[in-house]
Design a protein around this ligand. Structure first.
Ligand SMILES: Cc1cc2nc3c(=O)[nH]c(=O)nc-3n(C[C@H](O)[C@H](O)[C@H](O)COP(=O)(O)O)c2cc1C
Length: 343
């Protein structure tokens, strides 16, 4: 497909082009980041040598993400992809987290001229950005080797100086407890009709042409169900069913990764997003799949139970699982970059 946003050839980087065209090229990696409900809440303004990153206020999820933490984490994931790609081509200079005058302005990335010298020659990670998907469904019993966890955890070291830490949960009993909390969190969300109405707007059938949201195939729904479920959840509380499916999926995973932080402010959320994306990409590059579940963190007071399980005073900010799955579903859609560029 000509317009497949994931078909990015490293050799197409415009070496002889101007910095603006090079920034546009690396932004194609940014927009492949995961985002809450696949809402893709980012906007980019290029003022060479800088790129300003904004959020789109129209894409705030008032019911699922009233604190906007997941919006910031999503943009942190996009920022990480952008920095990884720019570092690869050796045009990354600096990232600033503000504060900025415009409240929608979240970060500024400064680039430097391309000199032909290679950056961190990590083309495996760039390839992984184009292939990573949020892998829903059941995980096999294969455990994640300790040496893999140890090597991935080294990526988190620099973040601990910012009060951001990663917890690795492999104990089966604890994984089951986290699965229960996730299921309870989802149930409580689906009790609210306002949450269901919002959710149903983001769920699409599997043949959708929509460039955002959650197509049925990504949620592993049979084709016919994907046409009916978005309508049903709007009117009926199917939280009992969806929480069961989430429980089964999470409890089958051999590893749960939880990111916690001392602070609970917007620049911390951006950094949590960057770290989460970096770790998820690393696992994916090693052929381990990742899947995000934030219900136990976002809903009600369940995060306090999560804190007890992992024995921390820091606030849980993000949770994803790691494991092997038999089959990957098709990747989710994205808006073309030009739809996310503002002048
Ligand atoms: C901050 C954040 C929270 C998310 N929360 C959940 C979640 O609770 N459950 C879920 O199934 N997916 C969750 N996702 C995954 C998104 O739905 C997924 O990234 C999006 O649909 C795009 O698909 P992709 O990651 O396969 O590219 C979350 C993603 C982000 C960045």
């Amino acid at each position: 497909m000509v317009d497949d946003p994931r078909r990015i050839k490293i050799s197409d980087f415009p070496k002889d082009g101007n910095l603006k065209s090079q920034i546009e090229f690396v932004l194609r990696y940014a927009i492949l980041a995961p985002s809450t409900h696949n809402s893709q809440p980012w906007l980019f303004k290029i003022e060479s040598p800088e790129c300003y990153i904004y959020y789109d206020p129209k894409l705030v999820l008032l019911e699922a993400d009233p604190k906007t933490r997941d919006l910031y984490i999503s943009i942190g994931c996009a920022l990480e992809n952008l920095i990884l790609a720019a570092t690869y081509f050796n045009i990354f200079d600096f990232v600033g987290y503000g504060p900025f005058q415009n409240k929608y302005h979240l970060a500024t990335v400064r680039f430097k001229d391309y000199t032909g010298a290679g950056g961190e020659k990590n083309d495996l990670i760039l390839g992984t950005i184009t292939k990573r998907i949020n892998a829903r469904g059941l995980f096999s019993a294969e455990t994640v080797p300790l040496n893999v966890i140890n090597s991935v955890s080294s990526l988190a070291q620099e973040y601990s100086t910012h009060g951001i830490n990663v917890h690795w949960v492999t104990d089966k009993k604890e994984v089951l407890e986290l699965a229960s909390l996730t299921a309870e969190g989802l149930k409580s969300a689906y009790h609210r009709s306002s949450f269901r109405k919002e959710m149903s707007r983001w769920m699409h059938n599997s043949l959708t042409n929509s460039k955002d949201g959650l197509p049925g195939y990504a949620l592993r729904m049979p084709l016919l169900v994907s046409f009916v479920l978005p309508i049903l959840i709007k009117w009926f509380d199917l939280g009992w069913l969806l929480s069961k499916l989430n429980y089964k999926s999470l409890s089958s995973a051999p590893l749960v990764t939880i990111i916690t932080a001392t602070n609970n402010d917007t620049s911390t959320w951006l950094k949590v997003g960057r770290l989460a994306e970096r770790i998820m990409l690393e696992f994916n590059s090693l052929n381990w799949r990742t899947s995000i579940f934030v219900a136990a963190i976002e809903m009600g007071d369940f995060h306090k139970e999560v804190q007890k399980i992992i024995d921390t005073d820091q606030l849980p900010q993000f949770l994803f699982v790691v494991g092997k799955v038999d089959m990957l579903h098709k990747s989710t859609p994205r808006y073309e970059l030009h739809k996310k560029l503002i002048s």
